[in-house]
Design a protein around this ligand. Structure first.
Ligand SMILES: [Zn+2]
Length: 180
């Protein structure tokens, strides 16, 4: 059963009824890999119905190997085969987001989308220090926009705390935008 160990930040995905034998019966060993033969989810994750509930088999195998999956972490294969249940590692959701952003930046279309988003958010030219200066200033929006060479909407968004409300997250995006 899926349940939480209260207060520990650990999620338990290990159905009581399953052992590694159940996993091996539904998989093929190919070299170092253990390839799931049965159903996969729409996003390509091996899944199984155990006791009337659907389980992510990666999580099941991860925990059957004696490891605990912490909150905010997902299990994925390091070998690149989505059906593999042998080469499993846990990665934090935030690290995965960062990876997918870096992947996006490697394609010209993805890069352009990112730049457009950053421009819309007023991140391409306005850093945390400048944002702080704008927040402290009582000059009119159009004066500030002209001086800093950004759209007045960018200044408005900063003043409404839409852009720089979460400085820690925003500055990591800004650092990326800086390198473009
Ligand atoms: Zn593998």
């Amino acid at each position: 059963m899926t349940k939480r160990i209260e207060g520990s930040g650990i999620r338990v995905h290990k159905p009581k009824a399953w052992t590694m034998t159940d996993v091996h019966q539904r998989s093929d060993e190919v070299g170092e890999c253990l390839i799931w033969r049965n159903a996969i989810s729409d996003s390509g994750v091996p899944k199984a119905s155990i006791g009337g509930r659907i389980f992510n088999v990666r999580n099941v195998v991860y925990e059957l190997s004696g490891r605990n999956l912490r909150k905010g972490y997902v299990v994925r294969p390091t070998c690149g085969n989505p059906r593999c249940l042998a080469c499993l590692t846990a990665i934090s959701v935030s690290a995965m987001r960062k990876e997918s952003m870096q992947r996006q930046l490697q394609s010209p279309l993805g890069l352009k989308m990112f730049q457009d988003r950053a421009r819309l958010a007023g991140l391409s030219r306005i850093g945390p220090e400048l944002a702080a200066e704008i927040l402290a200033s009582d000059e009119p929006t159009n004066v500030l926009a002209e001086r800093h060479g950004v759209h007045r909407r960018s200044i408005e968004r900063i003043r409404k705390r839409e852009t720089w409300r979460a400085p820690r997250i925003a500055s990591s995006v800004f650092n990326l935008a800086q390198t473009l």
